[in-house]
Write a new protein. Structure first.
Length: 257
């Protein structure tokens, strides 16, 4: 704080202002300079110290954290094996749930199905619309009446009376995340993620059939013809149910047993 109030101070002046021994003060100043927290001007007879502007210091720290995180990610990736695909893993906090959901959506190659309340669906909007823009077929079962997403099929229903927000993400029929977050997203009631080759395709087909049932049920309010109902069922099944990668992989796996 002394350097914030009086930039361009000598180490001796800082020591006197703090009431600290001069040698110790210079050691601290050298440490702060090495960490990028202060600036040193040694162009004159005296070494003058100034605090780094707070905006620059924060930006520097953010960059440092990102760089350290990238290095740590590379190191861990090189030394750790991929979790076995048969596992079903618990996600313990809200950040973990959203990080996994975003990574799953970014990895989608063929189709993407989300069944979610408005809050989590809205937070994932950018990732969802980016998936649709790159050619992934996206089906959203939205538990509200107003949401719109570019390039996505939307099936609506009301939010059920549970405490919190529901978020289910299913990618290519080979990977799923099922979670229920507390109100205000303070914590996770329950969340699991898996790429189990037996379970994932079954979960995907179950949620697809649920979405199709809601769509047809809501159509009845419009008094559709039997042909219109059949056409909509055919469209949804062709786009999302025929030859989804998870079911195809499961059939190959079962045939190899």
């Amino acid at each position: 704080m002394t350097l914030v109030r009086e930039p361009g101070s000598t180490g001796y002046k800082v020591a006197k202002a703090l009431g600290k021994p001069v040698p110790n003060t210079y050691k601290i100043l050298e440490t702060l300079e090495s960490r990028g927290a202060i600036l040193l001007d040694d162009s004159g007879k005296s070494r003058l110290y100034s605090a780094l502007p707070i905006e620059e210091y924060i930006e520097q720290q953010v960059y440092g954290l990102k760089y350290t995180g990238e290095m740590l990610k590379k190191e861990l990736h090189s030394m750790s094996a991929t979790p076995p695909e048969e596992g079903v893993y618990r996600l313990s906090n809200v950040r973990q749930v959203y990080a996994k959901a975003s990574a799953m959506i970014a990895s989608a190659e063929s189709n993407l199905l989300l069944d979610a309340d408005a809050l989590p669906m809205g937070k994932l909007r950018e990732s969802i619309e980016a998936a649709a823009a790159r050619g992934v077929t996206v089906l959203l079962h939205c538990h509200d009446e107003d949401s719109t997403f570019k390039g996505c099929d939307i099936i609506r229903s009301c939010k059920l009376d549970w405490p919190g927000d529901w978020l289910v993400v299913l990618v290519d029929g080979v990977e799923y995340l099922i979670s229920i977050l507390s109100e205000g997203e303070a914590y996770v009631h329950q969340a699991v993620w898996s790429k189990n080759p037996f379970i994932a395709p079954c979960i995907y087909q179950g949620y697809l059939n649920k979405a199709m049932l809601y769509r047809i049920t809501l159509m009845f309010g419009e008094k559709p013809t039997l042909g219109e109902v059949k056409a909509e069922l055919d469209r949804l099944w062709i786009n999302y149910g025929v030859d989804d990668p998870g079911t195809v992989a499961l059939m190959k796996l079962l045939n190899s047993l």
